[in-house]
Design a binder for this molecule. Structure first.
Ligand code: LRH
Ligand code: MN
Ligand code: MN
Length: 430
């Protein structure tokens, strides 16, 4: 039996205050959309089937390289992080899986951890390896890079860590390994750009060889940081070349904050899908770089356009269509639970809006080169307030109508501030 952290009765009581208004708003929206020939109920069903993983590290306060400001009652270990993720899932109902990061989430008993998560109503999603930091007691430093280091012993250690992540992931029930490396250079001439990529391919193929048949290796690119002159896996071009070289189980992962400014990310989605290489997503928002801001807080229209491409991709599956969706954010100034609740809602809202696009009208306008009506097909969906659709799906799944109000009414963080040990001060990690 599952042991949800919040009282289901309290959520139901809070919802009782809203259900009449929600039903009225939902009926009104259904009628409005029906006039345009759009089926709101179908959107509710699709929204109810949608899910996005949340990262264990997102449950704690993030930080910058300048400072981290801890929050009273924030989780300090994987067990407490799972509890907080379970709170998000209970209220939002679209985040049933967590994505672990190793060695940040190291425990002695991974089978036990999987059971602990299951009791909280959670499963595990993609496992993330970490060869961008040194860990205490590790034989070799990653100061010269990891999978691409010029030192063979360092490369072997980095490969070995990824293989261990796969073994741990098998115990947790994961089926994807996400590999992001910080390798690159800070000075022109520091390394040979070609030979460094060769070393990447060689190391990555060692990891690929350890993948079980039903696993995928998700290659995550990022333009810069921590390397500031060149980065080995810097863009989707390098990423897809590597994935093609490695084999069919290697796919590309798109983190929304990892691109050059103004890059057309939705077009990248389309390209990767065209070649069967779209493997997953890290959702966040960005103003300047890899800001890891809350999803939809800066450019919700871009998020909508990304989902528009994802829906087109789903309708035209190539090599299957099964992207691993995850929130990847750094919650520096908010309660992480609140950020994840709001972000999950923003993501689902953009998905719901993309579902409302009249695709026949869009495709017809495209075929006739009617620019205005093609754009209108998108615009008319984007401007719909889909709150009732998203709330309807959530309440039907036992979640909260107003996620933030319900979370605050639960008093969760104040209780945890009494129970949990305080977090020390320190610089942030990512
Ligand atoms: C790198 C990244 C990657 C890491 C995470 C902590 O910037 O996006 O996904 O695993 O941050
Ligand atoms: Mn990421
Ligand atoms: Mn990032």
């Amino acid at each position: 039996a599952t042991k949800p952290p919040l009282s289901a009765d309290q959520i139901a009581d809070l919802n009782a205050k809203h259900v009449n208004d929600l039903d009225r708003d939902y009926d009104h929206l259904c009628r409005q959309l029906a006039r345009r020939g759009v089926d709101a109920e179908a959107a509710v069903a699709k929204v109810a089937a949608f899910s996005v993983a949340i990262p264990t590290w997102g449950a704690g306060r993030g930080g910058t390289r300048f400072a981290k400001f801890p929050l009273a009652g924030e989780p300090t270990n994987i067990h407490e992080k799972l509890q907080d993720c379970a709170v998000v899932q209970q209220l939002a109902t679209v985040t049933p899986r967590v994505s672990p990061h190793l060695p940040w989430d190291t425990v002695d008993d991974y089978v036990g951890l999987r059971e602990e998560a299951a009791e909280l109503g959670l499963g595990f999603d993609a496992i993330n390896s970490n060869t961008f930091q040194d860990q205490a007691g590790q034989p070799h430093s990653y100061a010269t890079g990891s999978l691409t280091s010029s030192d063979a012993a360092v490369r072997a250690q980095a490969v070995e860590h990824n293989v261990e992540c796969i073994e741990i992931g098998r115990k947790l029930g994961s089926r994807d390994l996400t590999v992001w490396i910080g390798d690159g250079t800070n000075f022109p001439g520091q390394q040979d750009l070609g030979r460094q990529f060769d070393r990447y391919l060689d190391s990555a193929s060692g990891i690929y060889a350890a993948l079980p048949d039903d696993w995928r290796m998700l290659l995550e690119h990022k333009m810069y940081e921590p390397a500031f002159y060149s980065t080995v896996i810097q863009d989707w071009g390098t990423s897809i070349l590597a994935a093609q070289e490695l084999g069919p189980k290697a796919k590309c992962l798109v983190d929304l904050g990892h691109h050059a400014p103004n890059v057309n990310i939705e077009q990248i989605v389309s390209r990767l899908h065209r070649f069967g290489k779209l493997g997953g997503f890290h959702f966040n928002d960005s103003k300047y770089g890899d800001d890891d801001l809350d999803s939809g807080s800066i450019n919700p229209h871009q998020l909508f356009l990304v989902f528009n491409e994802l829906i087109e991709a789903e309708r035209n599956p190539r090599d299957g269509f099964d992207p691993a969706y995850m929130i990847d954010q750094s919650h520096n100034v908010t309660d992480p639970i609140e950020s994840m609740l709001v972000s999950a809602e923003a993501i689902v809202q953009c998905y719901a809006k993309a579902l409302l696009v009249d695709r026949d009208a869009l495709h017809d306008a495209q075929d006739r080169d009617d620019v205005t009506m093609a754009f209108q097909a998108l615009r008319r969906a984007y401007t719909v307030d889909v709150t009732p659709i998203v709330a309807k799906a959530r309440v039907e799944a036992g979640g909260a109508c107003d996620v933030i109000a319900a979370y605050r009414a639960s008093g969760w963080r104040d209780r945890k501030a009494q129970e949990r040990k305080p977090v020390g001060l320190g610089a942030g990690i990512v």
